[in-house]
Design a protein around this ligand. Sequence first.
Ligand code: PEP
Ligand code: MG
Length: 590
Amino acid sequence: MIWKENDNPYYNQNMTEFNGISSSPGYAIGKAFIYRHDKLVISHDYIPIDSVSKELEHLDSCFKSLIKEYKGYLDDAEGDSEKALYTVELLMLEDAEYHKSIKKLIEEKRYSAPWAAQEATEEIIRMISGIEDEYLKERIIDIRDIEYAILETLTGKRREHIEVTEPRILVADYILTSELLGLEGLENIEGIVLDGGGKTSHVSILAKSKKIPSVVGVNGFSSLLEEGELVIVDGEAGLVISSPTRKKLAEYEEKRQSLENLVESFDASSGTNGLTSDGRRVILDANIEWLEGVDDAISFGAENIGLFRTEFIAIKSDILNSRDKKDEIYMEAARRMVGHGDIVFRTLDIGGDKKADGMIAEDNPILGWRAVRYMLSHRKDFKAQMRAILLASKYRNVRIMFPMISGIEELDETLALFEECKDDLRREKIDFDEHIKVGTMIEVPSAALVSDILAKKLDFFSIGTNDLIQYTIAVDRGNDKTNYLYNPLHLGVLRLIRMIVDNAHEKGIEVGLCGQMASEILYLPVLVGLGLDELSMSPASLPAIRRYLSSLSYGDCSRLVNEVLSEDDPFKIERKVKEFLNERETRNKK
Ligand code: PEP
Ligand code: MG
């Protein structure tokens, strides 16, 4: 691949690129299969008073049979993501308040059972839609899923099954999880593009577990496309390209092929260590969000889990489950990593764009009551999580990491709380790792600026560039009006990373980086040259990064960084990095 400033010099008016959110990695190229939902029409029938008890019986027997059906799905579910999905759906089916609200409409308003069920469910959806919370909004799809199942059972009407008989890219406004799982010819789905949805929606989780590259949140895409139109799904960068030029197609064929080759040729048992061509070790770790991520990390040869974002499990449990199984999950994750490497549990980074149930709306959530700030005001919950991590540390491969630390006092307060948890366990004579390594994310500029002091109190740092970039440049990472400013190669960002690395090394602690930047080849020479000890990324990015790393020399990368850091023209920084990569590629091809 040739790195250009403007990557599309041969403009073709039919080719269109759409930005979305990458929700499952990998590349897919194929013809579009567009799925348009038929609305299930429920007639609004009032029932006579003497039919109320019969209608209630009908409702009860329908729920009973659905609960039985879903229990069967749960028993047959493959993998944790499907299990989690059916567990959540069963909880809704068994929810007493939900039943009550449907029954009330039948008894008091004399709605027919299907009308009452639809009305009660739509009320929940209306309520959730009004809350400014991305995670909750994504749950609407799951609720609709159950709504459809209930209405189908009550009315005996069935939606049409989606049937895909040839390899296709599934394009839809949204897709229900039951539709995806019940789809005939799921093996023919090579990629998924949805107008709505988000990374944490269950469809995204399922796509990931079925290894189908997907991009979601591509506004209006399904209505712009023609059936059968050629589409490229870039699940690595969160891009979708319709009617690609031949040049683009060739570029993506190559990308897809090399990713496939890498994954196929990759043998987890042999030489998984990250090493530059001149022998510098760069530890290559994985970022995960769910327990099943441990297996992905291992199969892609991660040396360790460098970041377990524990908030995803917690948010899901709090809102939809209220039974938080963190003790078991952490324990199982640590157990699965035995013999492979360490696992870094990051304490809850809730708040900001990851609000949990009951968290208040804020004018400025990104600068607000988030992560450690929130947890320090909820000490009982914070200590419960620290304790769960300490319990898992009995496997002697666990580390703990705190997010969004902004200064020394906050760190001291957090560390004191952690010591209290250790004391509790000592008193209770419960086994844990007395030498458990403690680190923080460095993702707030003030923390970077006092990192020399923080480093004295810790065993490691992990630089969270997703946030460090947003806070340094003062640009919301989710705002598409200003994201042209969001530049990982901004000189200010690079200077901060250098400062953090130097401070860490001076105090003899390890420093890694776990932002999105770590998984992009474009930034690899700079990160290696900046002297990072570890890079942590999505598991699927590991093979490509490992291979590219082995073709880079640390000496060359350090020279590149020295040049870049003394460059005062921002445009030249990116140009220099791309020239550096192009030179390497040309040299390697010879
Ligand atoms: C980061 O900020 O770079 C990071 C890894 O954390 P998150 O993306 O979860 O905020
Ligand atoms: Mg962060």
